[in-house]
Design a protein around this ligand. Structure first.
Ligand code: ZN
Length: 139
């Protein structure tokens, strides 16, 4: 059975736009909302040493973003990053699976490739296994 995660259309568009602004490297950020509905995207800076192949949000920025969520009474629901346009798929890499430390948050992977059938995919990663979730886009 496929589990579903819900997102506002606005957020879905923000993620795609973020990935398309820098199609040759990975972009990243966090997703927040209430009752399992993602209502806000918070864009973050990718501070990885090799942003073409990796992404990393600075610990200081994570602390700042979490404070922002508390202030707005939002919950952390997802973490997103993009795979650059030279990669075929937006599926979790072995590294993505190994690094899924926030296992409560859904892992969203965006591709800037123009004709992708599913430009944004969501995965629940637990115990070294990725399970794809269905994204329900709401107005
Ligand atoms: Zn990845």
């Amino acid at each position: 059975m496929t589990r579903t995660i819900r997102s506002r259309r606005k957020v879905y568009g923000q993620l795609l736009a973020h990935a398309c602004r820098q199609p040759h490297r990975e972009c990243c950020g966090i997703l927040a909302g209430q009752d399992g509905l993602i209502t806000q995207a918070f864009l973050a800076k990718n501070v990885a040493a090799d942003p073409v192949r990796n992404y990393e949000i600075a610990p200081k920025e994570i602390v700042r973003l979490m404070g922002e969520l508390r202030k707005r009474r939002l919950r952390l629901l997802g973490i997103y990053h993009s795979h650059p346009n030279w990669l075929d798929t937006n599926e979790p890499s072995l590294k993505d699976i190994a690094l899924a430390y926030h296992s409560e948050a859904t892992c969203f992977i965006v591709t800037p490739r123009p004709y992708a059938t599913a430009p944004i995919r969501a995965f629940s990663i637990r115990d070294g296994r990725a399970m794809e979730l269905e994204i329900q886009v709401l107005r």
